[in-house]
Design a protein around this ligand. Structure first.
Ligand SMILES: [Zn+2]
Length: 216
């Protein structure tokens, strides 16, 4: 079972992916992590990546494909992948289809966590980080209650990149880029829409139900 997970910033995608990794024994593919891991090695590929980044260029779709192949070709990850933050465009989606076929696998489902703009903004603006211990809270969804934590309220700060304009911009970019990919998977009838405004465990329950319905 290979799964692709979509959702805008603030929908709780990371938490859901972590739950799925744990409970279904899956391996999460994040291209950011893969790039960072590869750079640490001294390979031809890592040199290519370094030179792109040093020149301030985007890492090409081709390099990303090479990294994906490395994972898809490993027996231990066979049909056990969650793609988080990939594919990012229609070309990558098409190339991923070819790659999974080549390695005798398939994408079982594409989970799209949906949330309205107002709720995202509220969620993200509510994020608080404790400057002493790095614990994160949310004013609205996970308030720092005195009974549960000993963080001093005066140490809780809003994250600096979390302001309404940058959030709106991130959502717009995300929506624009993702719509064509979602249409592509809807045509293949493997796209599932999930209401991401609900509580984390409710959303997770629905994800589990979808996975169970796949019968794999
Ligand atoms: Zn603290």
């Amino acid at each position: 079972m290979n799964i692709i997970l979509f959702g805008p910033p603030g929908v709780g995608k990371g938490t859901q992916a972590d739950n799925m990794v744990k409970n279904f024994n899956l391996h999460k593919i994040s291209t950011g992590d893969m790039l960072r891991d590869e750079i640490k090695k001294n390979t031809d590929l890592s040199k290519k990546i370094k030179s792109k980044i040093d020149q301030g260029l985007l890492v090409s779709d081709e390099i990303i494909s090479d990294l994906i192949v490395k994972i898809l070709s490993k027996k231990k990850y066979l049909n056990r992948l969650i793609f988080d933050g990939y594919p990012r465009n229609l070309d990558q989606a098409k190339s991923l289809d070819l790659l999974v076929k080549k390695y005798n696998q398939k994408i079982s489902c594409v989970l799209n966590l949906i949330i309205d703009k107002e709720t995202i903004i509220k969620r993200i603006l509510g994020r608080l980080v404790c400057t002493k211990c790095d614990l994160t809270f949310n004013k609205y969804f996970n308030p720092p209650q005195k009974e549960k934590y000993d963080c001093n309220l005066k140490h809780l700060k809003i994250r600096s990149d979390d302001n309404e304009n940058t959030i709106k911009n991130r959502i717009e970019v995300y929506t624009k880029k993702t719509l064509p990919i979602l249409d592509y998977y809807a045509d293949q009838r493997i796209l599932y829409k999930i209401d991401g405004t609900r509580k984390i465990n409710k959303v997770y329950k629905e994800i589990c139900d979808i996975i169970a319905s796949l019968g794999t």
